[in-house]
Each structure stands twice: as structure tokens, then as C-alpha cells.
Unconditional design. Structure first.
Length: 563
């Protein structure tokens, strides 16, 4: 069945049928370099670049850097790296809004000469007061009717640094009674006594985002300006600017932004988490940033698959984070090597296994891909299994190891619990003594007896010690933004979002694993070698995602009324 076309593709198809833009399709991804990109930006990246690819067109990468107080080169480099990591290439079309500062200035002068812009002395507070409300028209500034000559003189003096911040502003002269508040003489230029990370101290006036943004698209000859829905109200203003200036006019098309459950996607709030020390930086594996997802172990394919699966819509909605996690599971199930690891170890001594003996067992690297082959895993007299895989007094429907019970060890033998050794002082279990059946190596018992459980394990003397970090959602509330007025949204942070297990044991095949390597720890989930903290001397693994959506189950149980 052919995949249905989204509404943006349908619009472009009709444009091409009409010969619009000479048959060109040219998009752009224009982030502001004032923070790291997040999963919401990934949706926009995938949309703009894949649209260009589909129509054999072009897609630019542009830094929308018109605010010198918030932007820096660290964010620029991070954005470049994230877009490349997702698998997209802008070739030689990398631009900055700051490249166009001279052109923006000349366009502002042009509007002044046309009588469509004026220098205003009202303070920011007065401008807001004069703007009016949704039900009441605005009031004209007493400086609105300055002559063209006076406005040109004042704007030049603004540029030369004669005035302080907030003392004057350049505004478009449109309509203070417009039903669209954004059309009530919006600001075009403001004074900022701040050094720009690229242009230095050349400018002390900077264009407002709405003025610069549409002109950037025009300068770059963009054909389809794809924006999220919050820019729909800005479109009349963009149309006015471009129409008054008589320049190339891209077609703006709005689509729904990504909202993800249990996730904050406001760069302002994410910055607050970073600066407040609530997380360990922009690339903290709990963060929804692309760098955070990458460090946690997400793959570019899984994120692109997610963006494709959720589609492009005209109306905002919230996507369950489980959809993203399932896309990751599907990808890692095909690509991640299986290994055995024990997070909370319980020592097993196989009393009838020869002391000092070690045998190498063949283990499948990935049952989904035969080409990944097999590996050797050492088996010896003393092993570790998970503490949860043993119960001295087994509960109902507990089929794993218990006194007198037999289970299978993955790829190895049947073992039977013969004795429980406890600490004399605390009563805690120190180790379990078991016997093994040599006839069951790698298969069933010759006499046909069956077991109900298969356990993973590692050889105690051969295993590598590692730190493992178990991550959960950063917020406990499905919609972290939905808080009553006056309530701090950070109260919804999940205190259990990270648990660190400092001493886990992993089979020796992972020795020398490169940063970012992904594995499935059998029966436990998918894990990734931490990109920053892991080393040859100290292995550190991040849990990328569980094997199943355990969080959804926990939330459903919590929502059930108690008897």
C-alpha cells in the first residue's frame, strides 16, 4: 500500500504542477543558537531535509543569531554536530543571520524612506500599554508622525551608539487598530549594547526576530518556509514586510510542533535545568536534547523512524513517549549485540564442577542477524546471577531458582539449588550452593525433564566490573507543563530519574568497547557505553531503554483505585 501524502507534500505537488518557483523546492532549518537542539527540533530537521531530498531540491542550515545576549559558538557547533549525526548534509549552504546584518539595516532604512517605519521614544512598558488588548484597539505613539528625515537621523544615531538601551526603538508603521495585535506597529530594531559572538562590536542595534526571519528566507530564495504552528499568527507580519519591500516571497506553511509526554521541550526551561544543576549538562542522558539522547544510546535511525511514524499534522497533540522508545527498541533489536550482565549480583558456587576449570561456551551475538555470528563466554565453578532470580521462599508463579529447584543457565547447564549460605550476623544470603548436570550442556536433559526458567549469568573470576546508570523519565507527570499558576514546574521532576549501581558484572567480551557502543544486556534492557565517563579503567554503561515499556505499566498500576 502506498504511503499517504501529508498536507505539505500535497501543497508542494500543486506548486510544481503550476510551475511555481520555476519548479524549485528549497527549504531550510533555521535554529537560534541559544541552546542545544532537542527531539522537537529533530522533527523539523527531518521534515525540511527529507522534503528537499524527495523533490531533488536543497535545504540550508542557518543560525538565526540576531540576539547577541543569548547566542554563542558552543551552541553553533553543537547544532552542526546534531544535524550531521541525524544523517543530513547541507553541503555548502551553511548561513548565519548575522551575515545579513548590513542588508537588514538597509531594508529598515528603506521602510523609513517609504514612511513605513519610525523611531519611537516610548519605553518597552509604554509600548505594551499603548498596544491595546484583544478587545480594545491600540493607541498611536506621540512619535508616530515624525518626518522621514528625522527618523533617518535618529536611526543613524541609534546605529552609532548615541542612545542607551530602551531609550529608542524602530517600529513598523502599520495599524494600531488591527485585529492582529502583532500588526500594531511592531518593533523592527532595538538597541543592544552587547558584543555579538560573530560581528563583535560593529553593531549596537540588532533586528528583531520577526523582521530578520522572513528576510533571511527571502535572501536565500527559500521556496517553502516550514514553521511550527506558533508562527501562524506571525505570517501576516512577514507578508507585510516582504510585500512592502518588494522582495522574493517564500510560502510559509505551518505544521504542528512535537509535544511528548513526560517531557519538557522548552529551551528556556531546559536551560534552567542545566544552569540550576538539576541535570548534568545539556547532554545528560535524561535530557530530551539530541546530544542527551545520543549519549543515552539512541540511534539516528530510531529518531528518524520516530519522526516518520508520527507524521506531519496541522493540529497540536501530545505523542506518547512510548512511541519514541518503541522505535528505539525496534532498531536496537536488529543491531545491538547481546551480552550477559548481572546488575545486582548473587554468588553461585557449583559444588560438583571441577575447581580451576574454565570452559568457553558459544553464545549467539544477535538472533535477529545471523551475520553477527557468535562469541565465546567463559563458564566456571563460581558465577553471579541476579538477586531477583532467587527466592528462598518462592512466591506463587515464581519459577526461577529456589531451594531444591532446577533452572537452566543460558547457553550452559541445568543447575539445582542445594544449599543457601547466610551471614551468621545479619542473616543475609551470601551465596547459593548448586549442583549441575553435565549432560545438559547447551540443551535439554537427556531424560526429558523440563525446567521453567532460564537465567543469565557471568563467570565470577572472568567478569568485568562496571558502573551502570539506570535512567527513567525526568518527570513523573505526563504533562510537566500543566501546573497551576504560581506552582514551580520543577516540582514534577522525578527523584528516581537516575539510579547508579556502582558494582555490576559483565561478561569479558565487552572489554575495550568503544564509546557509544550499544548492547542488549540479556533480560535486562539495552545499554550504551557512556561517551564521557567510561574508560578502559572504569566501564560505565547507561541504560538506554528497557526491553518492554515498564514505565507505562507502572503508571497504569499507580492510576488504579486502591480497595
Amino acid at each position: 500500500m502506498a504511503q499517504s501524502r501529508n498536507f505539505i507534500q500535497e501543497i508542494i505537488d500543486k506548486d510544481l504542477e503550476k510551475g511555481k518557483n520555476d519548479g524549485r523546492v528549497h527549504t531550510r532549518f533555521p535554529p537560534e543558537p541559544n541552546g542545544y537542539l532537542h527531539i522537537g527540533h529533530a522533527k523539523a530537521i527531518c521534515l525540511n531535509f527529507t522534503i528537499a531530498q524527495e523533490y531533488k531540491g536543497l535545504c540550508n542550515l542557518r543560525m538565526d543569531d540576531t540576539d547577541p545576549t543569548k547566542e554563542n559558538m558552543e551552541y553553533v557547533r553543537a547544532i552542526e554536530g546534531d544535524v550531521r549525526w541525524l544523517g543530513f548534509d547541507w553541503q555548502d549552504r551553511f548561513y548565519y543571520a548575522s551575515d545579513y546584518f548590513d542588508q537588514f539595516y538597509q531594508r529598515a532604512v528603506e521602510l523609513i524612506k517609504k514612511g513605513k517605519a519610525y523611531v519611537d521614544d516610548l519605553s518597552p512598558e509604554q509600548i505594551r500599554e499603548y498596544r491595546g488588548t484583544l478587545t480594545e484597539p491600540g493607541r498611536e505613539s506621540p512619535h508616530r508622525d515624525r518626518s522621514v528625515e528625522e527618523n533617518l537621523d535618529l536611526f543613524t544615531r541609534m546605529k552609532e551608539g548615541e542612545f542607551a538601551e530602551g531609550e529608542k526603538v524602530l517600529r513598523a508603521k502599520i495599524d494600531m487598530a488591527s485585529a492582529h495585535i502583532i500588526m500594531r506597529d511592531p518593533a523592527i530594531y532595538r538597541i543592544r549594547q552587547a558584543s555579538h559572538y560573530r560581528s563583535g562590536d560593529k553593531w549596537c542595534i540588532y533586528p528583531m526576530y520577526d523582521f530578520a526571519h522572513c528576510l533571511e528566507d527571502s535572501i536565500e530564495r527559500i521556496t517553502h518556509s516550514l514553521c511550527t504552528l506558533e508562527f501562524e499568527n506571525n505570517r501576516p507580519l512577514y507578508d507585510w514586510f516582504l510585500g512592502q519591500l518588494g522582495v522574493h516571497h517564500p510560502q510559509q506553511i505551518e505544521f504542528a510542533r512535537l509535544n511528548l509526554s513526560y517531557t519538557i521541550l522548552s529551551k528556556r526551561k531546559l536551560l534552567e535545568l542545566v544552569e540550576g544543576g538539576y541535570v548534568r549538562g545539556w547532554d545528560d542522558p535524561r535530557m530530551p536534547t539530541i546530544s542527551g539522547l545520543k549519549r543515552r544510546g539512541y540511534t539516528p535511525d530510531s529518531i528518524r523512524s520516530f519522526c516518520s511514524r508520527i507524521g506531519i499534522a496541522k493540529f497540536n497533540s501530545t505523542i506518547d513517549v512510548a512511541v519514541l522508545e518503541n522505535c528505539l527498541r525496534e532498531d536496537l533489536n536488529k543491531s545491538a549485540q547481546r551480552v550477559m550482565a548481572v546488575l545486582r549480583p548473587l554468588r553461585i558456587v557449583i559444588t560438583n564442577y571441577p575447581e580451576g576449570k574454565t570452559e568457553q561456551l558459544d553464545c549467539i551475538n544477535n538472533p535477529e542477524d545471523e551475520a553477527m555470528g557468535t562469541r565465546k563466554v567463559p563458564f566456571s565453578r563460581e558465577l553471579y546471577i541476579e538477586q531477583d532470580d532467587f527466592q528462598e521462599v518462592p512466591q506463587k508463579k515464581f519459577y526461577r531458582l529456589a531451594p531444591g529447584r532446577e533452572v537452566r543457565l543460558r547457553y550452559a547447564y541445568f543447575i539445582k539449588c542445594e544449599k543457601v549460605i547466610k551471614d551468621e550476623k545479619t542473616g543475609e544470603i551470601k551465596e547459593i550452593h548448586c549442583s549441575y548436570d553435565p549432560a545438559t550442556k547447551g540443551g535439554d536433559a537427556p531424560d526429558g525433564r523440563k525446567v521453567k526458567a532460564t537465567l543469565h549469568w557471568v563467570s565470577a573470576k572472568d567478569a568485568l566490573c562496571a558502573e551502570v546508570r539506570l535512567y527513567e523519565h525526568l518527570f513523573t507527570k505526563e504533562n510537566p507543563d500543566d501546573v497551576p499558576e504560581g506552582v514551580d514546574w520543577k516540582q514534577g521532576l522525578n527523584p528516581e530519574s537516575i539510579k547508579v549501581i556502582e558494582k555490576c558484572y559483565i561478561e569479558p567480551s565487552v572489554k575495550g568497547a568503544k564509546s557509544g557502543s550499544r548492547y542488549q544486556f540479556e533480560r535486562l534492557g539495552y545499554f550504551c557505553v557512556d561517551a564521557l565517563d567510561s574508560s578502559e579503567e572504569r566501564l560505565v554503561f547507561n541504560r538506554t531503554v528497557t526491553l518492554k515499556d515498564t514505565w507505562a505499566k507502572i503508571q497504569r498500576m499507580a492510576a488504579k483505585p486502591r480497595p
